[in-house]
Ligand binder design. Sequence first.
Ligand SMILES: Cc1cc2nc3c(=O)[nH]c(=O)nc-3n(C[C@H](O)[C@H](O)[C@H](O)COP(=O)(O)O)c2cc1C
Length: 231
Amino acid sequence: MSEQTDVQSQILDAFNFRHATKIFDPTKTLSESEFATILEAGRLSPTSFGHEPFKILVIQSPEMRAHFRDFAWGANGMMNGSAGQLGTASHFGIILASTAEMMTAGSDYLQRHYRDVKQLPDEVIEIFNNAYGKFQSTDHRVTSEREIQDWSGKQAYIVLANMLTTAALMGIDSCPIEGFDMDQTTRALAEHFDIDTGKWKPAVMFAFGHRASDPEFPKTRRALSETVQWF
Ligand SMILES: Cc1cc2nc3c(=O)[nH]c(=O)nc-3n(C[C@H](O)[C@H](O)[C@H](O)COP(=O)(O)O)c2cc1C
């Protein structure tokens, strides 16, 4: 087998291995370096304009996870009466998306990001401000609070996808989780996690660990011919 074919089959094996794990084996925890690799894949993800409009909260203490128990139905095994992902995952967390306060073109936050993180000279910062301003006002019309937050959320989902795939390549299970009440989650973040929810809103939750048992159902997908159209 050529080297390239080997890599290709490793990738496809990982995508077939990954499934949305409902219950993890609570006795099997990820090593520090395994989870650090997953986080690093998230941190190094591409984002539109390189704005990095996300933050990853890792929530390990059972007491802190319990704050979501009542309304994170997609993570609490409501359907099968188990402790779900919240109760069994080795690592659990939330990816937050930046709000309009941070991500409106010309914001103080973005000026600092261009200067201190991207280390851009003033003349390039001006180009970025103009291009991103046009992107928001005209090209994509991302102007309302909700639209800007959703745009940040799109970037957060790229981070999520890279974390899931990285885990699968290491033989680690995962679950992406959108099954939660937005308002109650936002309130919990403000009350119990000291998050400034004027700046950050929840986008999506994640769980990592090792499956307690094999998936109940085989993976199903639409046929490639229905998913892809060539011209
Ligand atoms: C953004 C997103 C949110 C999801 N939210 C949940 C969730 O709250 N709880 C859950 O058990 N699965 C959740 N899933 C898993 C999907 O139901 C699952 O990926 C889909 O049914 C395909 O199955 P597979 O991932 O096992 O191949 C979510 C998936 C994605 C991509």
